[in-house]
Design a protein around this ligand. Sequence first.
Ligand SMILES: [Zn+2]
Length: 297
Amino acid sequence: MRTLAFFLVVGLLLVGFTGCSSTQHQKGAYAVESPGDQEFQGPRGNLRKGNTRTIVLVYHNIVADASKAAGSSLTVKEFAEQMAYLYANNYQTLGLEELLTYYNGQSFPEKSVMLTFDDGYQSFYTLAYPVLKKYGFRATIFPIVGMTPGLERQIIWNEHLTFHELRTMIKESGLIDIGSHTYDLHYYREDGHPAIQRQNGESEEDYIYRITKDLRVSKDILELQTDQRVTALAWPYGLTNQTAVQIAKELGYRFLFTLQQQPLIPDTPLDRIPRYGVSSGSIKSFKEILSKGGAVN
Ligand SMILES: [Zn+2]
């Protein structure tokens, strides 16, 4: 039984998180509201040994210069403090494989968190990765494939990871998983519609072709360039719809990540994985997010 029946999306999922999201409301779209915490009080009664929840966090850019930190851009100092906190409090970081194992077992470690990084900024390699390596923490990166140096499908507003850097991190650490953040669906059109949405005048057939091509190409390129099997996809701005979800699943994407701010529980469908955006600010707000995971520090 899906206790979170409202997860089912009729139109677009709109989740308000600064940085990689939009507050623009599209026709036929609605915002998914978070239920109260009582919704997560042990959907199954036999999970006393472990935890019925885990928390998936999403980061974007990490900066060295404090004057450039705002919204979803954290300073490396803030990020390092958060990782030190997780380490000191015995949090286990989950990669995709661990996530699936615990999810299938319907019980998560007492304290666990999944660290994801959207857009594929090069700051992951230069600033975040050294911190993660120090603690042996796992992370999953979702690059916008068409913004990888050499491809540049869109105007680049920030430095992005090269395939060489991705390969290096995957091979040398064994800590990094990779997923698609689409090839070229990470933008809004001039008419205000997100690229993932069917456009005015676009036939259903053309729409399906466009989305299929993008999701297939981004998966193929990442697999060829990293020698990893790509089964995860993070929707740009957390936006999607039933048709796009169906296409992604048919192409072999098993883990679909949104920006709904909720814990992940055993009843959460893997094609609706919620994530909490981490913003620049005090460690207090970070601890508040972690508290949604049910563990007491
Ligand atoms: Zn993004």
